[in-house]
Design a protein around this ligand. Structure first.
Ligand code: PHE
Length: 448
């Protein structure tokens, strides 16, 4: 602390903030529905392997780079470059990463807006405002825009307060709330008729699907999206970590929390689907596959809550508040990427930068909302399936090949004196140099 740059005030503050970034709609919306449509346990195993073997090393590359540079991704990549051409590439990649973070936020805010609307719906129904309730839950451009703007407002408000007063304070308040709500919901659903069937589908792997390339590609995308990789989020959060912190264990804790919460969310959603089936809600589509993604969260689950009477009102509210919290602690980390750049490189005041950049993103979001059919899916595919893995690849190449090994070692050593004696330093440097880029390239080419 005491620096003119922001810094997390405590170890736990960083853990909640970074885990807050990682745990988001990806975990609670994306992961369970991917698992539902990709052979349950088989997807789970692949996701766990890829998270620890591939996403964690990339996360470490970003955190270490950020703390070393004490800067946003654009300056950080240029900063470790030795040659002029590397600086140019670093700059371009940094800009692309920052733009990707902004684009991700622009579609994310729309989904987050739905979540807020769905949280309000049960109450509107309860007090007899049935038409309003219907408006909350029916797809319309008007609803999409109003709630997107509301969500963006909250995101800008938090980011305008800065690192400790905004990001850290709100993450440390919201993340424990998220974990408690998740556990309570889980316990409740577990005791409902039909839940066990869902647990079985979720946990028993269909081994024949393990070698399925589509499954691997989905799991890789989910792991990268979930750990917020490639777009400079973890670089900027890393830059706010104090020098004397053991960054290796911090990164590992964040990965564990992220993966743990994704797995728990699956353990909530899959059983909930089978409870819904037990209550007469249809959970399979015409092709006989489990309903997934937006249909799952925004139609199957609400239908389930409807069958639960007054209890359902509170369960629905708790569930969508959970999703709102998860989305908010992620969206602030996306907005922080361009805002940090505006503050540090363009000398714009944080408060102004937050509202200004946030407004630009809101406009992008507005354009997507107005051209939903054409743009929504497209932006998701371009940012998460293409940009994130490719940017992560470049990040590995910069940290593995461009950055001087000694400087890298000193950075890790700053808060972990004996790093050279441990497994991390024996494996990780060559891992980010060779293995990570190789796997990303292979999977990426396969996905084309
Ligand atoms: N990790 C977030 C989630 O799972 C999404 C995210 C992507 C956040 C990229 C920041 C940057 O929902």
């Amino acid at each position: 602390m005491g620096t003119s740059r922001g810094e997390f005030g405590s170890r736990i503050g960083f853990i909640f903030a970074a885990a807050g970034s990682a745990v988001g709609l990806g975990n609670i919306w994306g992961f369970p529905s991917f698992a539902a449509s990709n052979g349950g346990g088989a997807f789970l195993i692949t996701y766990l392997l890829l998270s620890f073997l591939l996403a964690y090393p990339v996360l470490m590359a970003e955190l270490i780079l950020g703390r070393h540079a004490k800067a946003n991704i654009i300056s950080a990549l240029a900063g470790i470059s030795q040659k002029q051409w590397q600086k140019h590439i670093g700059f371009v990649v940094g800009v692309l990463g920052t733009l990707t973070a902004m684009l991700i936020l622009s579609f994310y805010a729309i989904v987050a807006g739905w979540v807020i609307a769905f949280a309000l719906e049960p109450f509107a129904n309860l007090i007899g405002l049935n038409e309003l309730a219907l408006w909350f839950t029916e797809f319309s451009t008007g609803r999409n825009i109003i709630f997107m703007l509301a969500f963006m407002f909250l995101t800008m408000l938090i980011i305008s307060q800065g690192v400790q007063e905004g990001i850290e304070k709100w993450s440390t308040r919201l993340m424990p709330a998220l974990i408690i709500i998740l556990l309570l919901l889980l316990i409740y659903v577990f005791f409902q008729e039909g839940a066990l069937k869902g647990v079985k589908v979720y946990l028993i792997p269909d081994f024949s699907r393990l070698a399925d390339i589509d499954l691997i590609i989905s799991a890789l995308g989910a792991a990268f999206f979930s750990l917020s990789l490639g777009v400079g989020t973890m670089v900027i959060y890393g830059s706010y970590i104090a020098k004397d912190e053991n960054i290796v264990s911090l990164g590992f804790t964040v990965t564990l929390l992220d993966v743990g919460i994704a797995v728990l969310a699956g353990l909530l959603i899959m059983p909930a689907m089978y409870v819904a089936a037990e209550n007469g809600v249809s959970i399979f589509n015409e092709a006989g596959a489990l309903i997934k993604e937006d249909q799952l969260i925004f139609s199957v689950l609400p239908a389930l809550f409807d069958t639960m009477g007054v209890t359902g009102v509170f369960i629905a509210f708790a569930f969508f508040v959970l999703m709102t919290i998860a989305a908010l602690t992620s969206s602030i980390s996306m907005l922080e990427v361009p805002v940090a750049y505006a503050v540090e490189n363009l000398s714009i005041q944080r408060n102004k930068a937050a509202w200004l950049v946030g407004s630009v993103i809101s406009i992008a979001s507005l354009i997507i909302a107005l051209n939903f059919g054409k743009l929504f899916g497209l932006v998701i595919t371009v940012t998460t399936q293409y940009a994130q893995p490719l940017l992560s690849l470049v990040m590995c190449l910069f940290v593995g090949w461009v950055w001087y090994r000694n400087s890298l070692l000193n950075e890790v050593k700053a808060g972990f004196k004996k790093v050279e004696e441990g497994l991390f330093w024996k494996v990780w440097p060559n891992y980010v140099r060779f293995i990570c880029p190789l796997i990303i390239v292979v999977v990426f080419l396969k996905s084309l």
